[in-house]
Design a protein around this ligand. Structure first.
Ligand SMILES: [Zn+2]
Ligand SMILES: [Zn+2]
Length: 563
């Protein structure tokens, strides 16, 4: 993951010219995750999305990464509303953390989006929230922002694009979308509305960049049915399907196949159980009668009658699937001949974790069907062909690619240019874009970093602490205790060397003991007076030795005791 400040030349933006619209992404531009964009007009703010980013392997112990609220922290009272385009974690997940700073920010979203958010708010004990449920076609105003919602098709039902009208013109934010023409629920991306808005004149078009590098068109969701069907046809033992806990349509296909093959389905994983309950209560998931059973009842069914739908398709270490794969799940144990279907994408950064899970399952004898060996997943994002259509239909004046790593943003901007869009602004997190007199331009940059959530604390973990954790997890640590006689300026006893987290051969440290004693004696003879200086001498000596003779870099904890 790249850090998001490649614009060293940019400084704090000047005052927003009167009648101008200022757009500041606080997350999601330069990474896939923690989407959050702030729109400012006439001193008032509108926020679109407030999501989380999941940590990678080089950020041990971090649970979540939030957008940086720093740039708006002094202006919480200026916020008119928070619009949530859809219910994915990278769009709603950080909302409770923003509401902790001001609980009555009006929340605007579709029925399913607000329902998924609702269970999250309850977990955070946020009860006094203000919610506005909207659907496609609705218009609603907050201060100077007049909003209109447009249906878009994505890998979760009930997703919306939002058109934002202000005195500065019309901005259209696609949210996450694709253009599946035959979706399971028949709700397609409303290109007629895009065309109508285009006729009116879209001054700034913010578009989903995730799949801009992928040529052609994203395959229809329905096209994975034959691969799922094949798994059900060929499997004579248990089937475990892992997918995102919000992918209602994917679960629908699994339910339908289960019914066709006389199997019962259990949800495994807290978020899967919760979200599918919400989706079926609201009618987004159609659950045939008598197909769902409680996961704990599965043991009583013959294996050929069982399907489990599980979370953990991204190899998340604490998820149900990871625990199944390493044999530590409390009631699901893989038997040779079981089939595991990973009906999910490989989000960049998660590859190692996913393959670790696949290997773990295969080692236990499971037949693992995944994106790499069958058509069991299609993306939720528009490919290049779909984006080209959108640019030609909307004919925007300015384009700002959003939602993606730098390569995605650049590829998306290039597509816009190919259709004749002259003004494309490439911003990353913190880079401020002003739309003034119909022209969008980069106006500066605000401080915008990563905010780590570690258990219940927010923002206390720093990059340097993460570096320590990385070293600890990979290399272990070594403590070196030396007792010094400060009167005579010599080592009185030691060094005593103990290692943790990495297994060293017996007596491995013997060769470095004399060099450490020498280094400490020398430091004292050269006038080192405090233990810190002596500790540094020990650290340097041991560090050089361990890296040159063992090619390792453990964390070194020198302890100097005065005799
Ligand atoms: Zn999404
Ligand atoms: Zn997203």
């Amino acid at each position: 993951m790249s850090l998001s400040h490649p614009h060293p030349e940019l400084t704090e933006p000047g005052k927003l010219p009167k009648g101008g619209l200022r757009v500041t992404p606080l997350g999601g531009l330069g990474e896939v995750g923690r989407n959050m964009t702030v729109f400012e007009y006439d001193g008032r703010l509108l926020i679109v999305d407030c999501g989380v980013l999941f940590p990678e392997e080089h950020q041990p112990g971090v649970d979540l990464i939030l957008p940086d609220f720093g740039p708006i922290r002094d202006r919480l009272d200026d916020i008119e509303a928070l619009v949530l385009t859809h219910g994915h974690e990278d769009h709603i997940g950080a909302t409770p953390y923003l509401l902790r700073e001001r609980q009555n920010i009006p929340l605007v979203g579709s029925e399913l989006t607000l329902a998924l958010l609702g269970s999250k708010l309850r977990e955070h004990r946020l009860r006094e929230t203000v919610q506005h449920k909207v659907r496609e076609g609705d218009t609603i105003s907050f201060g100077p922002f007049e909003l209109e919602f447009v249906a878009v098709n994505h890998s979760i039902p009930d997703a919306l694009a939002v058109a934002i009208r202000t005195g500065a013109g019309l901005a259209l934010h696609t949210g996450d979308f694709k253009m599946d023409q035959l979706p399971l629920d028949g709700r397609i991306t409303d290109l007629r509305a895009f065309a109508r808005l285009g006729e009116e004149g879209v001054d700034l078009f913010l578009t989903d960049s995730t799949n801009a590098e992928v040529p052609g068109f994203t395959t229809a969701e329905k096209k994975i049915a034959p691969a799922i069907e094949q798994v059900f046809r060929e499997s004579d033992q248990r089937i475990i399907v892992a997918c995102f806990a919000s992918h209602v349509h994917r679960v629908q296909q699994v339910l339908d196949s289960a019914v066709a093959h006389g199997r019962k389905v259990a949800y495994v994983g807290r978020s899967m159980v919760r979200n599918m309950q919400i989706a079926s209560d609201l009618g987004y998931l159609h659950v045939p009668e008598d197909v769902i059973v409680d996961a704990k009842e599965l043991a009583e069914l013959p294996p050929e009658k069982v399907v489990m739908v599980s979370t953990g398709s991204q190899g998340e270490p604490m998820s149900a699937l990871s625990r199944i794969a390493n044999g530590t799940h409390n009631f699901v144990h893989i038997e040779p001949g079981d089939t595991v279907l990973l009906a999910s994408s490989l989000i960049p950064g998660n590859e190692n974790s996913i393959y670790r899970v696949i290997n773990g399952l295969a080692r236990l004898g499971a037949n693992v069907v995944h994106k790499g060996n069958a058509l069991v997943h299609v993306s939720g994002h528009a490919s290049a062909g779909e984006l080209l259509y959108c640019y030609n239909i909307v004919r925007p004046r300015n384009v700002m690619p959003v939602h993606g790593e730098v390569r995605h943003l650049l590829a998306n901007g290039d597509l816009a240019r190919q259709t004749g869009v002259e003004s494309v602004v490439y911003a990353e997190d913190g880079v401020v874009v002003d739309l003034v007199d119909g022209k969008a331009e980069i106006a500066g940059k605000v401080e915008c970093g990563y905010v780590f959530v570690d258990g219940t604390t927010v923002g206390d973990v720093t990059e340097s602490e993460l570096k320590d954790r990385r070293i600890l997890s990979e290399e272990g640590f070594v403590s070196i205790i030396v007792v010094v006689d400060t009167v005579n300026g010599t080592v009185a006893s030691g060094p005593e060397i103990h290692a943790r987290g990495h297994v060293w051969p017996d007596n491995a440290f013997d060769p470095v003991k004399q060099p450490i004693i020498k280094a400490v004696n020398r430091a004292m003879s050269e006038g080192a007076t405090d233990t810190y200086q002596l500790q540094q001498a020990i650290r340097r000596t041991f560090g050089r030795w361990v890296s040159s003779t063992h090619r390792r870099r453990p964390m070194i904890v020198p302890v100097v005791v005065e005799a």
